[in-house]
Design a protein. Structure first.
Length: 656
């Protein structure tokens, strides 16, 4: 089907009118105020290159200052600050030693309850010792190093140590299988693997070294060194010629290591994301542009102050953990929290007990975690003192309005601004989000692009969609420093995936979105997730939001199933508050929910099928596995890797 300018790519059927302005007290003390934001937007619009150049000079420490801001000669393979030289680790650690070496950099809590505190000076020493240990094994500039670790401080140490010596790291989430690890090692051509004997998750030990051994048993011939951190004390196999205990490797190393000054475009890391073909794609980020984006957005969006305790709950295996655990906040000199385990171990109060005990002031997590904790009720968080929280954030997917309201009311106690952020692995840093001292927020909207981000919504022909109810493709019209540079080893795939849709005129995010009458952006889900119901193209997020707005429903996921008359029908998976309904109770609730969605959104969005489940299939990072849900709804075989599922037993229940 061909869509013209008059036919929306996707229609919005959600009408959200609630609005929350920042308090006068918050606005008065904010890092970015209304006049500041206006000035930044004006500068960026007038001369984007000069805007970014000025920020790069002000925010980053350079060994050699760049003279050329943007090289677009091989666009859309853009290059930023091309002749400058710097070191990312130096910008995150050394730069702070004189003034805040004594300041806490990392507050860590393990799932079993063990705790550690590292100052910036101590973190710098740990990074230098491990950097020297890698150098002693011959690892250096340009070598790829795969990191497969639990969420412990040594994961950040390893990342920073790689940056210090110019090695290119690729962090693989500790929940991935041996097969997934093997694929990533081989694609990167890595020569070093950093892992641990295991990690703690949900009261269990995750056997990381065993999985690593399985990955290396058949292939991965480029690996010549495996560093192993002792975390759980579980017995493991060590191969004498290859495997080295972390503590032995650093035992005699100096606590100082001169940084390797690399050019601005030197690859900092590869991060593999799932591709539509099932073959992972290695997103490649450059040093200077990425760090600038991560640092600026840490300050702007989270209003970072010197006394803040910032907790981004993401694992470093994902880009959120890169940008808002390992790099951005540290470059900004913040104190960060790291937690190793599950959010509901030993009970659903774990997040809130950590916030209380460690004095967390800024809390940044995923909507899936918010909904899962919301399902447990209001009484649990009410048991904890959350009075030090002053700012909340959401990341990873669109947050439905009712979850947003629960977050605002129960966790923020109606006084904390919420920054709902849109960005991607590929963008490197937050692109669309409210600035908490300026922007009036709306539940479910990521509001407006940040200064220097030229986001738009276009139709199938690449024309801007201006009708508020009509949605389209979310695109970025101009390059930005923290953008991905290519897909490792496959530039043709980079061009095809992100640029060819509109003849390389702008970056295509792959998300659908619409703008409301105030110019606020609303993300409606992946373009691939849009349903074509009787000629209407509907975003799944809005139907899910309507379902979760019902008082009986805690979570929902919507997919399409082929329908001989309507093209596609709406198929909903629903998690209830309380026990899962069966029999007559389920039938009655189904009728009620269908009527409810009709009232909220209109008959066109009414689910044809509703299946009740105790949980939705999620990865250990909290992302819903929507391709799996589509396969189940359509009665297809499940062909994707499900080793990262938090709850594999749920598949039989999903099938009904």
């Amino acid at each position: 089907m061909i869509f013209t300018m008059n036919t929306p790519v996707v229609e919005s059927v959600l009408d959200e009118q609630r609005r929350f302005a920042p308090s006068a007290e918050f606005a008065a003390a904010a890092r970015v105020r209304a006049a500041d934001l206006e000035a930044l937007r004006t500068q960026a619009a007038a001369d984007p290159e000069a805007f970014w150049a000025g920020l790069a000079r002000a925010e980053l420490g350079w060994r050699k200052l760049f003279t050329r801001t943007l090289d677009a000669t091989e666009a859309p393979n853009f290059r930023w600050f091309v002749d400058g030289e710097l070191n990312v680790s130096w910008n995150c650690l050394d730069v702070h030693l004189a003034e805040r070496g004594h300041k806490t950099a990392i507050l860590f809590e393990g799932e079993p309850g063990d705790r550690r505190c590292l100052t910036y000076r101590e973190l710098h020493g740990e990074v230098c010792r491990f950097a020297n240990a890698m150098k002693a094994r011959g690892i250096g500039r340009g070598d790829r190093v795969v990191i497969y670790m639990p969420m412990v401080p040594e994961a950040v140490v390893a990342m920073q140590a790689c940056a210090r010596i110019g090695a290119i790291h690729s962090v693989v989430f500790g929940g991935f299988s041996a097969i997934s690890l093997k694929e990533r090692i081989e694609d990167a051509g890595a020569r070093c693997l950093i892992t641990a004997d295991g990690g703690h998750r949900g009261g269990n030990v995750v056997e990381l070294k065993a999985a690593a051994d399985k990955a290396l048993a058949d292939g991965c011939d480029t690996i010549d060194t495996v560093f192993v951190l002792r975390r759980t004390g579980a017995p493991i196999q060590m191969r004498v010629d290859r495997d080295v205990w972390w503590h032995d490797a650093i035992a005699l190393q100096a606590d100082d290591c001169a940084p390797d000054w690399v050019d601005a475009e030197h690859p900092l890391f590869l991060l593999y994301t799932s591709g539509s073909t099932g073959r992972p794609k290695g997103i490649q980020h450059a040093s200077a542009g990425y760090l600038l984006g991560a640092k600026l957005t840490s300050r702007w969006v989270f209003d970072l102050r010197d006394d803040d305790v910032f907790w981004c709950t993401a694992d470093v295996g994902w880009v959120t953990g890169h940008s808002y655990v390992a790099y951005g906040p540290l470059a900004a000199g913040a104190t960060i929290v790291m937690y190793e385990g599950a959010p509901t171990f030993p009970d659903g109060g774990r997040f809130w007990s950590i916030c209380e005990r460690l004095g967390v002031t800024i809390f940044y997590t995923a909507p899936t975690a918010i909904r899962a904790l919301m399902k447990l009720g209001d009484d649990l968080p009410a048991q904890y003192d959350l009075s030090k929280l002053r700012l909340l954030g959401s990341v990873g997917e669109p947050i439905n309005p009712e979850a947003w309201m629960w977050y605002h009311r129960v966790i923020g106690r109606e006084r904390c601004p919420i920054v709902d952020t849109w960005w991607q692995t590929e963008t490197g840093a937050i692109m669309i989000a409210p600035l908490p001292g300026v922007t009036s927020t709306k539940p479910g909207s990521c509001t407006q692009p940040l200064p220097g981000v030229f986001a738009d919504i276009v139709d199938e022909d690449g024309h801007s969609v201006t009708t508020p109810e009509a949605g389209g493709y979310l695109v970025i019209r101009k390059p930005w420093p923290s953008m991905l540079r290519t897909i490792w080893g496959d530039n043709a795939r980079y061009l095809a995936t992100y640029w060819e849709k509109f003849q390389q005129r702008f970056y295509v995010a792959g998300d659908s979105a619409h703008r409301d009458r105030d110019g606020f952006f609303w993300i409606m889900g992946r373009i691939d997730d849009v349903l074509n119901v009787a000629g209407h193209r509907l975003g799944t997020m809005e139907i899910e939001s309507a379902l979760v707005a019902h008082p009986r429903i805690a979570e929902a996921a919507v997919v399409g199933r082929p329908h001989e008359i309507k093209g596609e029908s709406v198929f909903a998976y629903v998690v209830c508050r309380g026990a899962r309904p069966v029999g007559d109770e389920a039938a009655s609730l189904t009728r009620e929910l269908r009527a409810w969605v009709t009232e909220q959104l209109g008959a066109i969005a009414k689910p044809d099928d509703i299946r009740y489940t105790d949980n939705l299939p999620k990865t250990r990072s909290g992302k819903i596995m929507r391709r799996l849900l589509r396969a189940v709804a359509r009665g297809e075989a499940i062909t994707q890797d499900i080793s990262t599922l938090e709850n594999p037993a749920i598949i039989d229940q999903l099938r009904g």
